[in-house]
Write a protein that binds this ligand. Structure first.
Ligand code: FES
Length: 130
């Protein structure tokens, strides 16, 4: 595991262990690995995800900004439930994936997530923002 030295990103790359719980939930990391008010990058197969923590809640989205190739977990700044991309300051809501600020105009994918037994789990089927 590698910790970022950039205070704006705090990205940590971990590899999800996959396939726990009832089969439809995938274990991504331990909740304690995610600093409060920040996100970490988690790779599950070909998916590059961001696991976010706000207080006692966890959220999971795709990690790559839809405007470019920036990692939101590594290069972005979480402000409440809003992730501000570090490259051009586009903004998304981590709860829904919806765009909050230009230049982004395409939402990121968000996934149902929960904290169970000290682990962050997500259903990795695609969820379309409403
Ligand atoms: S790459 Fe994220 S706003 Fe441009």
């Amino acid at each position: 595991m590698e910790n970022s030295t950039n205070a704006a990103s705090n990205g940590t790359s971990v590899t999800g262990t996959g396939g726990v719980s009832d089969g439809s939930w995938t274990e991504l990391c331990t909740f304690s690995e995610v600093p409060d008010g920040e996100g970490i990058q988690v790779n599950v197969g070909a998916l590059v995800l961001a696991v976010w923590r706000v207080g006692e809640q966890a959220f999971v989205t795709d990690d790559t900004c839809t405007h470019g190739e920036a990692s939101l977990a590594r290069d972005g700044m979480l402000d409440g439930f809003s992730i501000v991309c570090g490259l051009h300051q586009g903004e998304f809501d981590i709860r829904t994936g919806l765009v909050l600020a230009a230049p982004c105009n395409k939402p990121i994918v968000s996934y149902p997530a929960c904290v169970q037994g000290g682990h962050v789990l997500a259903k990795l089927e695609r969820v379309k923002p409403s």
